[in-house]
Design a protein around this ligand. Structure first.
Ligand SMILES: Cc1cc2nc3c(=O)[nH]c(=O)nc-3n(C[C@H](O)[C@H](O)[C@H](O)COP(=O)(O)O)c2cc1C
Length: 330
């Protein structure tokens, strides 16, 4: 085994790649610690960035951290190492979500490596998408991406799609009138009036997208009831493409797998010229989450709903400085 040590610049670049991951309300609930001697990254949950009302079980927190973990594996692979990954390696320390050891220089995973160009290019797009079909070959590449991380992706059609859209609309209506959730959302959104609040996290006004004037796409309105000067309105898709990501179980390890699968799907979609926005409103209400699943296929627990298609790319959103999310140990 080689004893090659990574430079500080290289370690910071790997953490920076990992932190481009999507997270609910852009809370970025992760922290990395790199152990130089063993070449191991610890990925820890930053529970100060949890969302107690929208995500009381920290399921979404684990999904965001799983996405950051997938990015880290991609970045490590891209730099020529094999990312030996363990989920929840210490049962006495549940906030230690994963470790990634850089081993076997020269034996990277090529199927991960090829996703690297999408890591900094993927952004959530809250614009209307074209009413274009997703070609069969692209759909099956996306299903395969989820399968490689041990999860199931499904594109509901017919009555199941209508049902998922209905549940999302019900959840969005509840969210807009649920005082504590509205307050939580406001804490994590940045309009011109709150621009000086916190640097580097939350959803900024420029990423809200237009207000929905029509169409059936399940959009979360980050502005809530606040007027946002200069924000336009637009008609969204009348037949949106939704992808539903499910896991066999519903425990922290399943959530981390779901996060990795989601990010693998999103990176693959980005390479295919697609755009996406998660639409998890219904997953966040216990009574609406269970009926989201397809009772015929019966594919376990729904973890994510993704709106996918072709259209304008989303803008980049802020990230915390790498120095705030990374410690380097000797
Ligand atoms: C678990 C989870 C749930 C999310 N739910 C939604 C959602 O319902 N609506 C939405 O527009 N974005 C949603 N997002 C996307 C985040 O808001 C987005 O990732 C974050 O603001 C950072 O922006 P970026 O994806 O462009 O990097 C979700 C992301 C995650 C990981």
């Amino acid at each position: 085994m080689t004893t090659q040590l990574l430079s500080e610049k290289r370690i910071m670049a790997l953490a920076d790649d990992a932190a481009t991951a999507p997270s609910m309300h852009n809370a970025q609930p992760w922290h990395f610690r790199y152990h130089r001697h063993d070449r191991i990254f610890d990925l820890r949950a930053d529970l100060d960035r949890a969302l107690p009302y929208a995500d009381p079980d920290t399921r979404a927190l684990h999904i965001g951290c799983g996405a950051a973990l997938l990015n880290l594996r991609v970045a490590v692979s891209h730099s020529g190492w094999y990312p030996a990954t363990r989920l929840l390696p210490d049962p006495t320390d549940p906030a230690l979500l994963a470790t990634v050891q850089l081993t076997g220089l020269g034996s990277s995973e090529s199927d991960l490596d090829e996703l690297y160009p999408a890591v900094h290019r993927r952004h959530t797009s809250r614009y209307p998408f074209d009413e274009t079909d997703i070609p069969e070959a692209v759909r099956s590449a996306l299903l395969d991406a989820a399968r490689r991380e041990g999860c199931v992706l499904d594109f509901p059609t017919g009555w199941h799609l209508q049902w998922v859209l209905k549940l999302a609309a019900e959840a969005e209506a509840r969210n807009l009138t649920d005082r504590v959730r509205v307050e939580e959302l406001l804490r994590w959104t940045r309009t011109a009036a709150t621009a000086t609040d916190a640097v580097g996290s939350g959803v900024p006004e420029h990423a809200f997208g237009p207000r929905k004037r029509g169409g059936r796409a399940p959009m979360r309105d980050f502005a809530g009831a606040r007027p946002v000067p200069g924000r336009g309105a637009a008609a969204f898709e009348s037949s949106p493409h939704l992808a539903v990501l499910s896991t066999a179980g519903d425990r922290p390890a399943d959530w981390l797998r779901a996060g990795q699968a989601m990010e693998r799907v999103l990176l693959r979609a980005t390479l295919e010229g697609m755009v996406s926005s998660p639409a998890t409103q219904a997953v966040e209400w216990r009574d609406l989450r269970w009926p989201l699943r397809d009772p015929v296929a019966g594919t376990g627990y729904v973890q994510m709903v993704l709106r996918m298609g072709y259209g304008p790319p989303g803008p980049a959103t802020p990230r915390r400085p790498v120095a705030d999310v990374l410690d380097i140990e000797p």
